[in-house]
Design a protein around this ligand. Sequence first.
Ligand code: MLT
Length: 325
Amino acid sequence: MSVARTFAGALVGLFLIAGTTDRAAAEANYPTRPITLIVPFAAGGPTDIVARTISQHMAGTLGQPVVIENIAGTGGTIATIRAKRSTPDGYTIIIGHLGTHAAAVAVYPNLAYDPSSDFEPIGMVAGTPVLILARKDFPANDLVAFASYVKANRARMAHAGMGSVSYSFCIFLNHLIGATPEFTAFNGTGPAMKALLAGQVDYMCDQIVTAVPQVKATAIKAYAIGTTERSPALPDVPTSEEAGLPQFRGSAWNALFAPKGTPKPIVEQLNSALSKALDDDRTRKELVALGSVLPEGDARSPRALADLVKREIARWSGILQPLAR
Ligand code: MLT
């Protein structure tokens, strides 16, 4: 072997060692600057509220600001693509949900990401039951009357883009009750809720987090919640079974993900900061008051989240793909 080749080989070796040492140092010191938490919907919606609530406590644990960046559009998929393409160094993470990380697979045939292989699951943040809601003066006082009204009349249904939670649950609802509404898309259910409050749309299927204050203030109607038990946050709202539509069953969820390739120690650090936030009295109280169901024990692990994503992709593909045909 020539001296030149031996020298070049040694130089490459040195660069590799230096690269590995730099990476190890970056992981050991993480985080040294603010972390961006992408919210794939408009401000004021359930994803945004849940993200802002946990990020405050996580920032304290991590010793760096956790900066929320709302990137809305196309049912949350634009932001999720952005998160997938971010540098996997722990400084950009996303709060995904049942829509972005499961239902979107069923409604976008050319989705530019695979929720189960393009991300490192960090952990589940909260289960968020879904309610069937209508504007305050909608001419139906219970779910049976609502179903027969929207079947007979072309009502205006709000949603947060194809594949979002509000879209997926209401597509399922429309199928169950035989409704063919006029669809109005928003960048999130924050703005959709404003339109519902203003009477510009008739109904939507939204996560409990944004519904609680409005239902309590009787500013909107809530016909049913899609869980087997009533929510302690809204004890007067019947379950879908009690209201006469037991097939409308399911709950949404929100969870943190990092781009694929984010080092395991960093994912573990983020998971631990999330878990501490979920154990914090004030954070818990705020989330529970809004009807969130907090994960406990193993349900907080990255593995449990990876399994949930796989199960939900299968479930929502089974529900939505036949309806899209
Ligand atoms: C939001 O935060 O606006 C909602 O999660 C959107 C949705 O998926 O319905």
